[in-house]
Every structure is written in C-alpha cells, then in structure tokens.
Design a protein around this ligand. Structure first.
Ligand SMILES: Nc1ncnc2c1ncn2[C@@H]1O[C@H](COP(=O)(O)OP(=O)(O)OP(=O)(O)O)[C@@H](O)[C@H]1O
Ligand SMILES: [Mg+2]
Length: 317
C-alpha cells in the first residue's frame, strides 16, 4: 500500500491528518504485515478519520461497516436478492432447457447476492480500507464471527460456500470502549491508543483543518479545549467540537475568545444540562477564559523551549 514510512507520512499530511512518528510506524507495519489496526479511545479523537485518510493516502476505496446493537450477518455480509431470484425464476423457469438443479445452482451464486461491506471488501480487486466502526457496540458472538475474515481472509456464506479474498483489505477496527473487545481480536490486531490531543497537536489539527479561520485563533482554541477538558465536565469536548467552534467563531467574525462570548458559545461546548449549569456558575466561564490565555501562551512552545524558559527564570533568581 505504501512504499515507505516517508511516503505514508507525506500522504497523510496531504490528507490533512496530524499524526506522530509512532502512529505512522504502526500504520505502516499494519499495512506491510496485513494486520488489522484496533483504534481505541475517546469519542472524537480521530479514530474513524484515520481509516478515511489511509484510504485517501492509498488512493483506494473504503468499505464501512457501522456497528450497532443487533447488527446481524445480513447487514454485514449480505443476503440473497429475493426479487431478482424471483425474476430469474419467472423468466428462465419456463424455458424447456432449464432443469430444477441448474436453476437452483444459478440462484445461489454471488450474482443474486446483495453484498454487504465485509463481502465487498474481500471482493475488491485492489486492496481497499475496511472500516469496522464502533465494534464495541456489537455482541461478542458477532465479534467472534469477524475472526474468520480477519485471520483467514475468507467468508463462509450459507448455500454459496467459502469466498476467498481477491485482495486483503487494510482493516481499521474502532472502539469507544463501551464493551471490552475480546482477546482473540486484540491478539490479531496492532493496537493504536487514541487520547485527547496535547495543545500543540490540537493547534496543528486546527491549523490544518480550519485554514480559513484567523490564525491567532488556533492556539487559543487548543488552549480553550485543554481548559475545558480539565474542568471535569460530564461530556468533555472532542476535536470535532473544537473544529465546529472554530467555524462558529469564523462566522461570528471573532478573533479572540473572551468571557462575554459565554452565552453564544455555550451551545457549542456544553452538551448536557449539568455541564451548562457548571459553565453558567459565577466565574465558571471567566476562569476558563483565563486558563485559555495561560495555555495558549505556553501551548505553542515545545517542551524544549519550556525547559529553557524554566532554566532562564531559575537563573534570574
Ligand atoms: N489527527 C487528526 N488530524 C486531523 N484531524 C483530526 C485528527 N483527529 C481528529 N480530527 C478531526 O476530528 C474529527 C472527528 O474525528 P473522528 O470522527 O475520527 O473521531 P472518532 O474518534 O471516530 O469519534 P467517535 O468515537 O465519536 O466516532 C474528524 O472529522 C477530523 O476532522
Ligand atoms: Mg468514529
């Protein structure tokens, strides 16, 4: 899929995805070793996006299986197209040459099968990206069924038989850890841990993803996100919400986050009644804005610069 880590890095950069050397190596290894990546971490931390940008970087298609409670094989693998089978029977069944055995055989082929994302991924001529999104929402039984595709690159379909992969997809499994993913799946995957980004990294994401907003806002928004996440909210804002906030500030023509913006910004950052109440407390929002200014002042600095700053200040005393 990728000839080198350097190539992967350049392509993810072109796809506006901010990554780090370790993540890059894990993705490269997974592609080379044809192993799934299990991406686990909080909502909005870039797990689904990873699959999308890898597809973009590899110039290939993405097949997405969105998991939910009650997801069944039919939705994931596919099912026979009964109306097409009926049509075939009506047209071919009356011809003199058609024997029941041959009709039956014809009807149970992939030609009459509506393929679900798992099967489509295996039937791609060129390796695609298979995103199995939010796998923690499906049952353990369903998870066990995925093992066949993920280790043997094949699927068993009743009445058709075993379908072998034409190409092996790059698989990304994502989980928000609602249910613990079983060990057999973990054993077969390379693990990528996602967390809320550091101020520096979130500034880079904001720079890349909202290039048309005022540049001075990127560091401020990253500092604001950091302050909000340290404010023990019921629902801490994700990167996606900070991108929305950047968009909102652009629409409002705002260049500086200030306490008087509280009521306008609340619907974008407080998504539960309790969080709203907390941010409406006297000084609640003001203290956040104060922290934002502190963080955005320091946040752009590298760890080395910060260390040097501490040393200089120590020398001064
Ligand atoms: N490293 C990154 N580089 C660039 N953009 C990012 C990055 N991480 C996240 N984003 C942005 O954040 C948005 C949300 O990310 P994504 O949908 O992948 O989160 P998620 O972890 O899948 O969340 P959920 O668990 O709620 O599905 C993306 O659409 C993208 O714009
Ligand atoms: Mg997601």
């Amino acid at each position: 899929m990728f000839s080198s880590i350097q190539e992967l890095s350049e392509k993810l950069d072109a796809a506006k995805y901010v990554t780090d050397p370790v993540t890059l190596k894990v993705i490269y290894l997974a592609a080379q070793m044809q192993k799934p990546v299990l991406a686990e971490g909080p909502p909005g931390s870039g797990k689904t996006e990873l699959a999308k940008v890898v597809a973009l970087a590899a110039d290939t298609t993405i097949e997405r299986l969105q998991c939910y409670e009650g997801l069944n094989e039919e939705k994931a693998i596919g099912k026979f197209d009964e109306s097409l089978q009926r049509l075939y029977l009506n047209t071919q069944g009356s011809t003199a040459s058609a024997s029941w055995a041959s009709l039956r055989r014809d009807l149970h082929t992939l030609e009459f099968f509506q393929e679900g994302p798992l099967l489509r991924a295996l039937l791609c001529e060129k390796p695609c990206v298979l995103l199995i999104d939010e796998i923690d929402k499906v049952s353990e039984e369903f998870e066990a069924e995925l093992l066949e595709i993920l280790s043997d690159w094949q699927l068993s379909i009743p009445k058709i038989g075993t379908i072998k992969a034409k190409s092996k997809p790059f698989v990304v499994l994502t989980s928000n850890e609602i249910r613990r993913i079983g060990d057999p799946l973990r054993r077969r995957s390379l693990y990528l841990r996602f967390e809320h980004p550091t101020i520096e990294r979130e500034t880079q994401i904001l720079e890349k993803r909202t290039a048309d907003t005022h540049a001075e806002l990127h560091g401020q928004l990253a500092g604001f996100a950091h302050a909000l996440r340290g404010y023990t909210l019921e629902k801490a804002p994700s990167i996606a919400e900070m991108l929305d906030l950047a968009e909102a500030l652009k629409v409002l023509g705002v260049r500086q986050i200030s306490a008087d913006l509280r009521d306008v910004l609340l619907p974008l950052i407080a998504k539960t009644q309790n969080d709203r109440k907390r941010l409406l407390l006297r000084d609640g929002f003001e203290s956040l804005v104060y922290d934002t200014q502190q963080y955005s002042r320091d946040g752009g600095q590298t760890a080395l610069e910060q260390k040097e700053l501490v040393c200089t200040e120590r020398r001064r005393y």
